[in-house]
Design a protein around this ligand. Structure first.
Ligand code: M6R
Length: 611
């Protein structure tokens, strides 16, 4: 898990790499490193630093490093401690070959033993270090040939950027199950893990596919498969601007991303709702439209917040399409010896489109001939490319590690998909129109929710900042939102929090409740409201403080709950898109009160590209 930048071209200024790396910091930020070829001295200089990218920048100020090609790297440790020795780029025995790697080399122990036996000297505990030594073993002056030979012995996932002192006019890239692209600049090429890194130089990118090797020189580039056949691929244009990826005046990306949800939902809806006919147009599913008519069930596979949006989706799809629908954690799916059914649509949800567990589940489904569909935010990402068809979120780049706008965008797309599949299965015109109208009104309601709950949630966070634990409870559509509220609080404020189906309280968790254990109860005025009230009463009877998220106009709830936060009324299936907003704000303000870096919570990374 990490971010890679590679450069080759007319410039010698390594600040290009530094700036690009800063935009990849969300992928990992425990240490950072770089290596650059100095033409005058015919040497590769390298420096590494423990800590965020800024620590590397600080160290670089005291050097006069310059040149081309160069590599930059930001790490999220998988093998070995967070130390300079374990940070990339890693070198071979003589300092000739330098490698930056995102992914995991699964057979590194066996390769390392062999290389040690042949006299190679290792300096780190990482899996990656076998790569420069393997390339060294095969190197006779041509970097791509040696790389190709080395990779034929490697099992695992990798995005690689490689340079060599003794073949210095090249930057070699290789990709398998980890993201890598080439930005096509003017007299220069920038390679990176994602387009945000290259956008100040170019909006033209080529995404490498699994099993491809790219050879970049200052003036030309070529892409080959491992059989050395040339691959021709047109460049794609990045549609979003650098400004989109910056904080836009907010102190943190997380707050920016929470506050921009009205716009991100508008973007997810753009051109898709047909209000007059109560239909939905999803261009990305057109090619599988006929197949979709024949499916009889849906299985959603995802991780973390994306899994929780999928869990809300199971309630939507099952209620309105009549198809049995379930959601599973992608990291568990494979171990159940999945039985892939031809009448099931497998739906993969991912913001990054690079989550290794989700990708692995997707490959399993594809291998067994299942229909794999995606709801993905990052255009051109691995999951987007591996799925047969899908719907892009168009929520814009999400930089904060905590998923916020991606969650509400995923729910919006799931609502669109529900309407789309529902109408295919006999949902009435009137019902279709009603749902379409409510979906179209979401941006207005989300804006209103943000305006009315923002300041209150800050106060609630201040009031409850001393609590050691929190419980989040809900039923039906809001049950996964309770889990999401707990996940968000844990992730951002490191406070212990649990989400429960409210009906489960009496089966165990109620025992924890006392006057020091607050509960956030999601109780909009919906079909399970009365049952929620009974569960809240059970908590109050044990002196537990209750913060209720209720529908505007419900005055009764004030007589039961200690604090009430109101959200606007909407269709029951759409309430999660509103009820999650105060929970996102609560986690944000709690993290700020505790003095934590809410954009980069400890131990986590934005894009989880290891299983
Ligand atoms: O990029 P993905 O949507 O596939 O990521 C899945 C999870 O890693 C992600 O949602 C994670 O749970 C978030 N950091 C939670 O806020």
């Amino acid at each position: 898990m990490c971010g890679i930048v590679g450069y080759i071209g007319k410039q010698k200024d390594i600040r290009i790499g530094m700036e690009a790396l800063k935009r990849l910091e969300y992928r990992g930020y425990d240490s950072a490193g770089m290596a650059v070829y100095n033409k005058e001295r015919k040497e590769i200089d390298s420096i590494k630093a423990v800590g965020k990218v800024a620590s590397l920048e600080e160290k670089l100020r005291s050097t006069n490093f310059e040149g081309s090609p160069f590599l930059f790297y930001t790490r999220w440790a998988t093998h070995g401690q967070v130390t300079e020795e374990n940070c990339h780029p890693h070198a071979d025995c003589t300092g000739n070959i330098w490698v930056a790697h995102n992914g995991i080399i699964e057979n590194y122990q066996q390769l390392k033993q062999e290389l040690l036996g042949e006299g190679h000297v290792f300096l780190s505990e990482t899996d990656t270090e076998v790569l420069p030594h393997l390339i060294e073993k095969f190197f006779t002056g041509n970097l791509e040939d040696a790389t190709r030979k080395a990779l034929s012995l490697v099992h695992g996932a990798y995005a690689l950027a490689i340079i060599a002192r003794d073949d210095s006019e090249k930057l070699v890239l290789a990709k398998y199950s980890a993201p890598l692209l080439i930005g096509l600049g003017d007299g220069e090429y920038l390679a990176a893990s994602d387009p945000s890194a290259v956008i100040t130089h170019t909006n033209k990118v080529i995404y490498l596919e699994d099993g491809e090797l790219a050879i970049l020189t200052p003036k030309t580039f070529s892409i080959q498969n491992y059989q050395q056949e040339l691959v021709e691929r047109d460049a794609e244009e990045i549609e979003w601007s650098l400004e989109d990826a910056k904080k836009g005046g907010y102190p943190h990306f997380m707050q920016k991303e929470i506050m921009e949800q009205p716009e991100s939902i508008i973007n997810s809806l753009r051109g898709r709702l047909l209000l007059d006919t109560g239909d939905v147009r999803l261009g990305g599913l057109e090619q599988v439209q006929e197949k979709l008519k024949n499916i009889e069930q849906v299985e959603i596979l995802a991780c973390g917040t994306a899994y929780l949006s999928g869990s809300v989706g199971t309630y939507m799809l099952q209620e309105y399409t009549g198809m049995p629908t379930k959601a599973d954690i992608a990291s568990e799916f494979r171990y159940k010896k999945p039985i892939i059914d031809k009448k099931t649509a497998y739906l993969f949800i991912s913001q990054s489109g690079e989550t290794a567990d989700t990708l692995a589940a997707l490959k399993e489904v594809k291998k067994k001939g299942g229909l794999a569909l995606g709801i993905v935010n990052t255009v051109g990402s691995s999951i987007a490319r591996e799925t047969e068809a899908g719907v892009y979120n168009h929520a814009g780049p999400e930089i904060g590690v905590a998923s916020t706008k991606a969650f509400t965008s995923q729910l919006t797309v799931l609502a669109l998909l529900t309407l789309f599949l529902g109408r295919q299965r006999g949902m009435s015109f009137t019902m279709g129109q009603r749902i379409a109208k409510e979906i179209a009104n979401l941006p207005v309601l989300v804006k209103e929710t943000l305006e009315t709950t923002n300041a209150i949630m800050e106060k609630i966070a201040i009031k409850y900042q001393g609590a050691r634990d929190f419980l989040f409870i809900a039923r039906k559509y809001n049950y996964p939102v309770a889990l999401e509220g707990a996940l968000k609080l844990k992730e951002i404020s490191y406070i212990h929090a649990e989400g429960y189906g409210a009906g489960e309280m009496k089966h165990g968790p109620l025992a924890m409740i006392d006057e020091n254990f607050p509960t956030i109860a999601l109780c909009p005025s919906d079909s399970v409201y009365e049952k929620m009230i009974s569960n809240i009463q059970e908590i109050k009877a044990r002196k537990g403080p209750v913060i209720a998220i209720a529908t505007q106009g419900n005055e009764d709830i004030k007589t039961i709950a200690d604090d009430v936060i109101y959200i606007p009324k909407t269709l029951e299936m759409l309430t999660p898109i509103l009820s999650v907003i105060p929970l996102q704000l609560f986690a944000y303000y709690m993290g700020i009160l505790k003095g934590y870096d809410v954009d980069k919570p400890r131990n986590l990374a934005k894009s989880v590209t290891v299983e």
